[in-house]
Each structure stands twice: as structure tokens, then as C-alpha cells.
Design a binder for this molecule. Sequence first.
Ligand SMILES: [Zn+2]
Length: 453
Amino acid sequence: MSGAFEKVIIGDLVTPTEVIRDGFLAVAGERIAVIGQGEPPAAAEIFDFRGRLVLPGLVDGHMHTSSALGWEAIGDATRSAAAGGITTVVDMPYDVPLPVTDAALLAAKIGCVERSAHVDMALYGTIRKTGGLGAIPELAAGGITAFKLSTYEYDPVRFPRIDHATMFEAFREIAKTGLPVAIHNEDQELVDALTAKARAAGRTEPIMHCRTRPPLAETMADLAIFEMGLAAGAHVHIAHSSLARGFAIAEAFRRRGGAATGETCVHYLCMSEADIVRLGGRGKCNPPFRAAAEIAALWEALLADKIAYVSTDHAPWPIARKTDPDIFACGAGLTGLQSFAPLMFTLLSERGLSPTLLATYGAERSAMLHGLHPRKGALRPGSECDLLVLEEGDFPFDEALIQDRPELRWSAYHGRRMRARVAATVLRGRLVWDGERVLAAPGSGRFVRRESA
Ligand SMILES: [Zn+2]
């Protein structure tokens, strides 16, 4: 290696396997050229993050920019991602007014990403409630990283329930593409019956959200999707398991030869039923928060390497949709892009666990499942230079600092003491967040295609 590099980045590097104190990254163009320790090579420009933790930029494998506000919201949501150290987001397809169900809609959404995104974005695709299976090959060819289907219906067009016969047929078609299919896993009949009963009894207080979507609603759906996946030869992935049992079920199907995986979301690793009672609509998400004992069980599953990755399921409803005292009237979904990195770091730190696990479950593994690794989610020569820089300290989370539209500046973690803050974010070698301001312009994020099976 001769001559000076364009750029050198100095700090304590956190890879999925080790912390390299006083490390450096030499950057050529948009990619990492050299990773090392000690005296850095000469460079035209230096990003000096000495004393701070430098991780791979996070890859959020599950979030929703456009469920409430349409594709226009991509620009603002990705500003928040940049401020949160998330350099690649994988966006769900259930958009207003139309979900991503064919090549033309995918191309239009990609156009919007290229014009407005502040970080890189990969995309899920889905199918129409009926008659849409023919579009599966063109969606895969268009570069989506995964399919998403649901066993539960929020809306017959935007977020439909796919019946078992159609789902099985879809799995057989998706299997031919080699892509995974993530499933929203809640049993419709059980949830609808319990909800109708609660409403009839006038029970609409927050805890009833948990009571009407019990663990059984999730595990019944898990079993159905994995049985169909096993029979169809498809890689079926639980889009969010709030239960350690979901990962035990996935493991049982892997032992039978199935490609069965699941992710959890960071809120299930720290929130319990008591939190929806405390937070009301701001704590409503699906699946709901569980009994407190489930948190420890999920951490056990994580440390036993049974969880594919950890995501945010960022699904921001305007605050006006989160404050109704009738819990059933509130939108389901939390904001999470800016709280993810500090919160996950804090949860690990509180348990005496290494930040390498944040690099593993928040970047490497999600990039792998979505076929983006090692271009994304890695600190190694040849990888794109996407970085999350954490400053350790005592920082209460302040929802007012969320870099999104005013109506989306709310958080279930407001006031929560975090042991780190995002001091900087680097996207393909360029500083996009300096700890106070988003420096990226709209359109500096790119659409990223699935690259590997
Ligand atoms: Zn989701």
C-alpha cells in the first residue's frame, strides 16, 4: 500500500467479533480499503473519533416509512435514520395508497427513494390479496431483498391477510426466487373474536390490547407459516417474534430441514405489559408487549444465537393517532430509528454484554438475511464505509430531537436514560450526521438491491 489515502477514520472499532482499541479505517472512494490498529496511515482528511466507538452503520431490516403518510415520508424518515446511525433501512411494502405488488410500483418507489432518501434503502415486496402471484418473479428481478406477507388483515388493499391456500401457492413461487418471505404472524380469528368480546364489554383500556392479542395468537400463526414453508421449500421468517417460543418453534423446523428464521424488535427486549399501561397508545404495537418474564427469555434466546437479527419495526403514526383513551382506536406502531442504537447499546451495557452484539444483531445479521452483506453491515476491506459512531455517557432520550416531521417527534423512550448517543454517522465515506445536524441532502441515499442469496 503506497501513497496517502483520501480519508482515514480513527476510533475504537467495534466489529461483530471484537473491539479494536485505537483502530483506524482507511477509505478509498466509498469503500473501506484498510482496517488496522495503532498508527494510522497518511490521509488527505481525518475523521477523528478517538475515544468513541465506531461500529458498522446499522442495517434496520424492518421498518415502515409510508404506512401512514405515503412515499412522501421517505425523505423525513431517512433523516431520522441518519441521525440514528442507521445507514441502510429495509422498508416494508405496505404503503399508502398502494403496497408494492408489481414491477411498476416497485420502480416508482425506487424513483422516490433515489430522489428523497438520506440513507440507503432496500425494499420488501408483497402480493395482492388475490390474483397477484404472477408478479413474484418481476419483483424479485427488480431487486427487492425479501417478500412480506401477513396472516392478519389491517386493510384489504394496503395490508391484507393472505389466506392459507394463496399463501402456500405464494411460498412455492417465492421459493423459486431464492428470496426469504417475512410474515406478520398473528391469528386473525382469535384476535378478532377477543377484540369483539372486549369491545362489547366496554373494555377498551390499554392492557386490553395485550389481552386481545395473546401469545397463542402469535404461536398459532408461527406454526401455520412454518408448516407451509416446510411443505413449499421456502425460507419463511417471522417478521417479529415477541416470544422466545417463536424462536424455539423456528429451531424445531430447522431441525426438520426447513429454512425457518425469525427476528425480534428492540422493544420486546425491554418493554412489558406494564409499559403499555404506563404509555397508553404510545406503547401500542403488534404483536404487543408481553409479560415481564418474556424479556429475560428473549435475551436468553438472543445469547443462544436463536434470533436472526434485531430490528426497530419503526412504524410512526402521527401523535394524534396515539393518544385516544380507547386503545383500539390508536394506530399500532412505535417510532424507533433514532432510539435504536442508543437503546440497544444501553440494554447490552446494563447486562455487561459487549457492543459487538450491536454490530452483530443490528448490522451484520440483518445485512446477511437481506443479501446485502458484506457490502453493508461489515467493517472490512471492500465494504462500503457506513459507520455508526457512539459517544458513551449519560444521555436521557429526548423525543424533541427526532429529525422527522413534527407530528412524528414522539417516542416510547422519552426520558429513558441512555448510556450512549449517536455522535456521528458516516454513509459511504461521507459524514451525514455530526451529532447535531443531518448533513446529507435528499437523494444522497440510494436504492440497494439484493446481491447474494
Ligand atoms: Zn412491521
